[in-house]
Structure formats: C-alpha cells, structure tokens
Design a protein around this ligand. Structure first.
Ligand SMILES: Cc1cc2nc3c(=O)[nH]c(=O)nc-3n(C[C@H](O)[C@H](O)[C@H](O)COP(=O)(O)O)c2cc1C
Length: 155
C-alpha cells in the first residue's frame, strides 16, 4: 500500500516519531515521510493512506511546520473527498486545557474538507509513562489494517 506519513512539528519530536513509524512499515509498504510544510494540499490522492503525526504548541495551536498547510486549507475550497487519513497527536497533559488540541484541530480541518478519518485519534502525553513509539506503532498497524479493508489488500 502507498503510505505517506505527514508530520507537523515545532522541535522535532513528531518528525522523529514519523521516521520510526516509517521504518516499521517500510518493509511491507511503499512509505514516504514528509513535513506538512513541504506537502502541497493538491498532492493528496485517493489511493494513498495518510498517517498524520502532529504536536501542539502555544496555547493549543498547531506547531509551526503545520501552520502554512492549515492556512491553505482554511483559505480555499479544497476538496479532500476520497482521501483517507489516521492521526496521532503529541502533547503534554501539563497543558490541561489544550491537551493535544493541535492534532484535534488538524483532524477537524481535514474532515471538514471531506477527508475520511480511519480509527480514533490517538494521543501521546509527554508527562505520561508511555513512550510515543509504543503507542504509535500499534496505532499505525491498526490504521493500515483499516485502510486495507477499505482499499483492498492489493492496493
Ligand atoms: C511552549 C510549549 C507549548 C506547548 N503547548 C502545548 C499545548 O497547548 N497542549 C499540549 O498538549 N502540549 C503542548 N506542548 C507540548 C508539546 O506538544 C510536546 O512537547 C510535543 O512532544 C512536542 O513535539 P514537537 O517537537 O514535534 O513539536 C507545548 C510545549 C511547549 C514547549
């Protein structure tokens, strides 16, 4: 299956996690890993599974590398109909009121434009006990299984 891992980051944690997910999936799938800041909205296609990994910054805002992407989506009438994505958030429960709002905002933006979310949004808490990859790798495997059942295994 074609998988594009898109990450939104401020200080690199989401990028490192995206690369770990890519390494785990790369043996069985055609995987690329791209910063949201380098991904033109017009490049989404319906045959690819998008795994989005995004942190939260400021006061529940998107991290810097996701902001231009979000601005383009907000500004235009882009249709993401037929696009499938799953999303994983990085955050910190020290920020009680805005815990993982970045990934929440991004998921809302993608679905508002017609994309279909596969599975529930998963989140990591930097103040919790789990390592991000211990949560993200099972999340990614589940998203791939959900996509395979939608696209057919041969995709
Ligand atoms: C200045 C600052 C603001 C933050 N704001 C939030 C927030 O509002 N909500 C949240 O869940 N996490 C927040 N975080 C935690 C980050 O999302 C978390 O550290 C994440 O792992 C950073 O990933 P990144 O390096 O990919 O950007 C904040 C961190 C910093 C340093």
């Amino acid at each position: 299956m074609k998988i594009v891992i898109l990450y939104g980051t401020e200080t690199g944690n989401a990028e490192m996690l995206a690369e770990d997910i890519g390494d785990a999936l790369d043996a069985d799938h055609e995987v690329t890993c791209t910063n949201l800041s380098d991904f033109p909205v017009g490049e989404f296609d319906a045959e690819t599974l998008y795994l989005v990994v995004c942190s939260t910054y400021g006061d529940g805002e998107l991290p810097a590398s996701a902001q231009p992407f979000a601005e383009v989506l907000k500004a235009g009438a882009t249709s993401l109909a037929g696009v499938h994505f799953a999303i994983f958030g990085l955050g910190d429960s020290e920020y009680e009121e805005t815990f993982n709002f970045g990934s929440k905002r991004l998921a809302e933006l993608l679905t508002q434009h017609g994309a279909v979310q596969l599975g529930e949004r998963a989140t990591h808490d930097a103040s919790g006990v789990d390592l991000a990859e211990d949560l993200a790798l099972p999340w990614a495997t589940e998203a791939v299984a959900l996509a395979e059942s939608r696209f057919g295994k041969a995709a």
